[in-house]
Design a protein around this ligand. Sequence first.
Ligand code: CA
Length: 223
Amino acid sequence: MARILIVEDEARIASFVAKGLGAEGHRTTVVGDGPSGLDEALSGDHDLVILDIGLPGLDGFEVLDQLRSQGSRIPVIVLTARDSVTDTVSALDNGADDYVPKPFRFAELLARVRLRLRQASRGDGEGASDALEAGGVRLDLRTRRASVAGREIDLSAREFTLAEIFMRNAGQVLSREQLLDHAWGLDFDPGSNVVDVYVGYLRKKLGADAITTVRGMGYRFGV
Ligand code: CA
């Protein structure tokens, strides 16, 4: 059980996140503006903060900046609709530990929350390297940057998510349904060929041999 502060002005998203975390056994507090978020985050009553960027009063970047300049090291996961590399990097430079682009699936957020809580409890949240590496491909899970053979490549948020799923399960065959469920969510039409299209994009960027088609079963990353 962790005490999690949710700073989010959209009631629908705040309640979705609070319900989900509550069902996982966490205790949540929700506030809807920047100044209250900062006060709560500094109160010492919370183990982790989920912080929206677009907030009334102070935006998420300002909240983070003040939080860190006042010496707080509480883990912060930023929710951002602006999932460009620039915004992500600036959130991380401002002291966020991680970020989740909106719209997100709850499972994605929960995975980030678990990772941050685990690191915080081990005390290695600072400077921990969260990277996946296989077959010359490297994904930095903190900055969401990717490289192939040391050369940085540009992946969209969706391509990155898909690459992450493949690399976490390197050597295993993943069905289209599994990939669709993990990277797009269940609300996506299962008859869609979006997985095949994105595997094509990834092959162009990671190398044609990075992902093997296993006839009648799905796809496999690596050997
Ligand atoms: Ca907002």
